[in-house]
Design a protein around this ligand. Structure first.
Ligand code: PAF
Length: 296
């Protein structure tokens, strides 16, 4: 497995891959890898060369956030990736990505300051900027992201469309612990008690999904159930719960189109996110419209 630390070295390698007419996949990560990240490697393997980037992107952390304490188990991450047959790890430093005098940022407007963006101002500007840079440096045919960061994937899809980027985004389902907790690098901040309490995210999504399966379509009713369940857990504090369009994150009063139920919850001082699709039912045989179901 090759480790490339500079943009210049990556471009040299990439030019060689061009000469060989190879296809490339990119899995962008911030390291602290878990089974959720490793699941992203599956679809990425269809390329001739599989690149994983590890970069804890300072631009997506707010001043009060956990940039300094974000876990960086580099040796462990590299052995995991090597064991998974990854070809190349792109491991730039912060100054390699944002050299002295850096001033250019990308904002996907109207989608970046809602939901997670409301409590993390500037976060999605940082995500969009670094992902755009990685796409320019690595020039992948496919880039793979996890559905756990649903707002991120919807924003990045918009950016790829708006900027006519030549890359296909692939989105992989959420990987969960047996009790439903979505895997996250931040789960390791949780104490034993908090870890138990953290299942409240999955349980509240499941409660809403069951109500939706029984035919409830009013967002306010579905969200009330979510709020009440989260309020019943003393270690949890709801940041937001929302039902939005999967196309553009517009809030939906009725779940009449493909919808995403997304939430963020503080468990102790750790902020966790999770989500579930509430897809439009498949059209009955003979009917003319309808959109495909999403699978989780
Ligand atoms: O999802 C993440 O880990 C990060 O937001 C990403 C896409 C690697 C950009 O820093």
């Amino acid at each position: 497995m090759q480790i490339v630390k500079t943009v210049a070295d990556f471009k040299t390698l990439r030019a060689e891959w061009d000469r060989q007419r190879l296809t490339i996949s990119l899995v962008p990560t911030m390291g602290a890898l878990h089974a959720g990240h490793l699941s992203l490697l599956g679809p990425a393997r269809k390329a001739d060369r599989l690149v994983v980037s590890i970069f804890v992107n300072p631009a997506q952390f707010g001043p009060q956030e956990d940039l300094q304490r974000y876990p960086r188990p580099l040796e462990r991450d590299l052995s995991l990736l090597e064991a998974q047959g990854v070809d190349t790890v792109f491991l730039p430093s912060a100054t390699e990505i944002y050299p002295e005098g850096y001033r250019t940022f990308v904002t996907v407007e109207g989608m970046s300051s809602e939901l997670c963006g409301a409590s993390r101002p500037g976060h999605f500007r940082g995500v969009a900027t670094v992902v755009l840079k990685l796409i320019h440096i690595v020039r992948p045919h496919w880039a793979v992201f996890g559905q756990k960061d649903a707002q991120q994937t919807i924003i990045l899809r918009r950016m790829v469309r708006d900027l006519n980027l030549d890359v296909d985004l692939l989105v992989q389902p959420i990987v969960r612990e047996v009790d439903g907790l979505a895997l996250s690098s931040r789960n390791q901040y949780l104490s034993g008690e908090e870890r138990k309490a953290a299942t409240i995210l999955f349980r509240s999504l499941e409660l809403a999904r069951q109500a939706w399966l029984r035919g409830e379509r009013e967002s306010a009713v579905l969200l009330r159930g979510v709020r009440e369940l989260i309020d019943s857990e003393s270690l949890a504090r709801l940041d937001y719960a929302a039902i939005v369009s999967v196309e553009d994150l517009r809030p939906l009063a009725e779940v009449s189109a493909d919808a995403l139920l997304a939430l963020a919850v503080f468990v102790g001082s750790t902020r966790l996110i999770d989500n579930v699709f509430l897809p439009q039912p498949l059209p009955r045989a003979g009917s003319e419209s309808g959109s495909p179901c999403h699978e989780e």
